[in-house]
Design a protein around this ligand. Sequence first.
Ligand SMILES: CC(C)(COP(=O)(O)OP(=O)(O)OC[C@H]1O[C@@H](n2cnc3c(N)ncnc32)[C@H](O)[C@@H]1OP(=O)(O)O)[C@@H](O)C(=O)NCCC(=O)NCCS
Length: 171
Amino acid sequence: MKPAPFDLAARSAEAIELTRLALSSVDDRNDSADYLSRVTALPGLISLGIEQDERLAGVAIGWPSGATNWWADQVRLVMTFAGTDSWLAESFELAELHVHPEQQGRGFGGALLHALAETIQQDRIVLSVRAHNTRARGFYRRHGFIELTEAFGFGKDAPMYYVLGATLPLR
Ligand SMILES: CC(C)(COP(=O)(O)OP(=O)(O)OC[C@H]1O[C@@H](n2cnc3c(N)ncnc32)[C@H](O)[C@@H]1OP(=O)(O)O)[C@@H](O)C(=O)NCCC(=O)NCCS
């Protein structure tokens, strides 16, 4: 059960469902990762999975900064304010990292993160995480991520997030 690339175009529905399941315990917004079916042709896309019984039990999905500006445009202002916007250049945007609720705490998330770090050409990973997702924040901290912003919302009355970043090699 080692992380390996999987075909996101062929398995986007499975990855979206895994994301929904993984986030259901930590996210009250019923946030959907439906967009994953629309990013499958992004240049430099990386989708790594851990499989159990031929089903995805964990995924790590992202792309090089600049492959899409959607997320960077959302966070640039708050990162500029924090003096950390240079992290957006030539970094890898980790869009989704999720492990099936029944498989969490068994090292899958850490294995996916480290496999990703070995796969990417950039030497920095950036991501955003819900402020109230203390478990994920602790997980990322243990792997060497630091907070690159104060807590902020993506819009009025929106939930709070932090942008995190790590320089490779990870811890
Ligand atoms: C955050 C997440 C991806 C981490 O994945 P994971 O597989 O649970 O992570 P790991 O098992 O590598 O490490 C997590 C914990 O397990 C412990 N652990 C690691 N390997 C272990 C093993 N072999 N046996 C028992 N425990 C282990 C770690 O010490 C760590 O402790 P914690 O409970 O204090 O966090 C996962 O919990 C998840 O999908 N959460 C819901 C969705 C989410 O928040 N995604 C991130 C959004 S940005």
